[in-house]
Structures are given as structure tokens and as C-alpha cells.
Design a binder for this molecule. Structure first.
Ligand SMILES: *Cc1c(COP(=O)(O)O)cnc(C)c1O
Length: 345
């Protein structure tokens, strides 16, 4: 077993608590989970295992490669592939236990060839102009004879609750439901769930909020309810004494105002700890420690308090709703690199 000098401490209770809150917000709808991008960097397999254990049944990944990476799939759970079967996926999709989400007439044709009448999901675009059939295509007879498990659409502006596009997409989705038969209908991501249970239909698809992101950070209820799941920790590689007037790190950005001891820690921007996060600092034993100088690719210098030793673990908080500079909460989470050990508590 190789142990790495940096780790994500992942709070399984917080994950489950976030899922339960989102499920309750969705009223009678089932609550699924988006586990694309390796579970937003937390590790999709373990997220699936933990949520399945408390009753989550419906999971979403982007590609067949992500579906394959999840390994053997439990028969009681469903896995949908949001990008549908592409030209290279024909063999995989035909053999996979995952269900395709069909997004284009070509994908519909492809699934008719290889699906052997098995159920599929269908995405219809109601205003985002990203993935999915147009409403006209969906209503043209193109889908006749397909066994549609879930009809999906996706909200463009759900994290702006007053945006008029939300109500328009909701109305269009209701209209679609009248004309396209499916076993279930699904519209809401995390932010859509927070718009109210009339957006939930039969099945919701949260991602971000499961992992501690807060769709509308100004909303007190969301901030109080959604718990942080991820904490970063890295080991001190080296302690060093820096004399007053000496500089630390690239471009000599920081000059020590007095003699001080610093700790050089095994975490950098290649791990997703970007330079603009420096003001967040670090902490150890309840002591807040400022970052000194520029964050490097694999290393960060911090002020070392008395007692901190080489090899100790120092914590960095990814406080998602607190504000993340130029990057969204999504970008920060999904940038957490592959060099961490991922440890669930
Ligand atoms: C990523 C994704 C989700 C989850 O969105 P969040 O905003 O992370 O909750 C739901 N549905 C679709 C189609 C997606 O692509």
C-alpha cells in the first residue's frame, strides 16, 4: 500500500445528510446522484456505495468510459450515461448495464440498432441549447416505439431563482410530459431542487450540493443545511528558518519582516490548490496559518507555529460557499487532482 503525502478527508455522514436534505426538498420525487467527473473528484465508486446504502437508486455519469470505470454494477441500481452512445461506444453500449441518455436523432438511430428494445433515457433541450433533442424533434415521431425510462431536461439558470427562463423551462417540460410517454420525468439538478418541489417531477439529479456546494450561497437555509464533505490535508515536507529580509518562493513575492520559521507543505496548484486560494490559509491544531508567497505546482509555504514538525499533517479548508475567487464551486471541486489519498470517515 502506497501512502501519499496529501489526502482528502471525506465526510460520509455529511454526504448522506446532504442527499437526505435534497431528497426531502424534492417532495415525493426519488433523489438520484450525479457522479460524473469521478464523483466531482471525491471518487465515484465510493460515493455510489455510500448513497446506495441509504437508498439512492439512480446514478448519472457523462460517458461510457465513466460507466465502465465504476466496475460491476449492482442490479438494483440504475446508471444513466448523459452524453449517450457516441460513435466509439457501440460495442460498449450494447453490452453495458448502463442506460444511454439519447440526445440527438443520430443517437436515437444508433440505439434502435443496438438496444434490442431495452429501455433508454431521452434528453430534450428546453432552453439551454446544450445537449438534447429539440422539442420539435422529440414530438416528431422520432421516439415512437422506444421504451423510455426517464425523459430528462436540464435547467440553464436554476442558481438564479428569479431568472424568467426557469418558469419557461418548467412550463415547456410540463407540455412535453403531456405528449411524450415515459415511465419517469426528471428536470432538476441541485439548484433546481432548491427552486421548489414543483421542479422535482419523479426524479431529481443533484451533484454539486451532495458534495457540499451551495447552489445559492446567499440563501441562509441552503447554507445551514448543506454540509462540507471535503477537507484537504498535506504533510509538512520540510521546516526552515528564514531571516528577516529574505524572500520566500517564486518571484520573491513575500519578504520576511522578521526572523521566522516556515513549513513547506506537499500541496500545490497541480492538485487544484490554485494560487488565488492563498488567502484561505491553512490550519493545524486549531491555529490559523497564513500562506507565505506564491503557491507552487506541488508545494506551498506557510507560517510554522511552535510545535509543528516535519511530517505533520496540515489542513486546508475548501469552504465552497464562502467564495472561491474567479472559479466556481464546480471548478474547484472537479480540479482536485489525482495525487490525493481519498479517505472516508
Ligand atoms: C451535471 C448534471 C447534473 C448535476 O448538476 P449539479 O448542478 O451539480 O447538481 C444534473 N443533470 C445533468 C444533465 C447534468 O449534466
Amino acid at each position: 500500500m502506497i501512502h501519499r503525502p496529501l489526502r482528502l478527508l471525506l465526510d460520509g455522514e455529511a454526504l448522506v445528510s446532504n442527499w437526505r436534505w435534497l431528497r426531502a426538498r424534492g417532495g415525493d420525487a426519488a433523489c438520484g446522484a450525479a457522479v460524473k467527473a469521478d464523483g466531482y473528484s471525491l471518487g465515484a465508486r465510493e460515493v455510489v456505495r455510500q448513497l446506495a446504502a441509504v437508498g439512492c437508486r439512480d446514478f448519472f455519469v457523462s460517458t461510457y468510459a465513466e460507466a465502465e470505470a465504476l466496475g460491476a454494477w449492482d442490479e438494483g441500481l440504475t446508471l444513466s450515461v448523459l452524453h449517450g452512445p457516441g460513435p466509439d461506444d457501440v460495442m460498449t453500449a450494447a453490452a453495458s448495464p448502463a442506460r444511454p441518455v439519447l440526445n440527438s436523432p443520430l443517437q436515437v438511430a444508433r440505439w434502435r440498432e443496438i438496444g434490442e428494445g431495452r429501455p433508454c433515457d431521452v434528453m430534450v433541450d428546453t432552453g439551454m441549447n446544450r445537449l438534447g433533442l429539440t422539442v420539435e424533434e422529440a414530438c416528431s415521431g422520432l421516439l415512437d416505439g422506444l421504451v423510455i425510462e426517464t425523459l430528462l431536461s436540464h435547467l440553464a439558470c436554476a442558481d438564479e431563482p428569479v431568472h424568467p427562463l426557469n418558469a419557461r423551462q418548467l412550463a415547456d417540460f410540463h407540455a412535453l410530459r403531456e405528449v411524450i410517454p415515459a415511465r419517469r420525468y426528471s428536470l432538476a439538478n441541485s439548484a433546481g431542487i432548491c427552486l421548489g418541489s414543483d421542479y422535482a417531477f419523479d426524479l431529481t439529479r443533484p451533484g454539486l450540493a451532495l458534495y457540499g456546494g451551495v447552489p445559492v450561497p446567499a440563501d441562509r437555509e441552503q447554507r445551514a443545511a448543506l454540509r462540507q464533505v471535503v477537507c484537504l490535508e498535506a504533510r509538512v515536507v520540510q521546516l526552515r528558518d528564514v531571516a528577516a529580509g529574505q524572500s520566500i518562493g517564486y518571484c520573491a513575492d513575500y519578504v520576511a519582516p522578521q526572523d521566522q520559521t516556515i513549513a513547506v507543505v506537499n500541496l500545490g496548484y497541480a492538485d487544484g490548490w490554485f494560487r488565488h486560494l492563498a488567502p484561505l490559509g491553512a490550519h493545524w491544531n486549531g491555529i490559523q496559518l497564513p500562506v507565505l508567497g506564491r503557491i507552487s505546482m506541488d508545494l506551498t509555504a506557510i507560517a510554522a507555529p511552535l510545535g509543528l514538525a516535519e511530517g505533520d499533517w496540515v489542513a486546508f479548508d475548501l469552504d465552497l460557499p464562502r467564495g472561491t475567487g474567479p472559479l466556481s464551486q464546480y471548478e474547484l471541486l472537479t480540479s482536485l487532482g489525482s495525487r490525493f489519498d481519498r479517505i472516508w470517515r
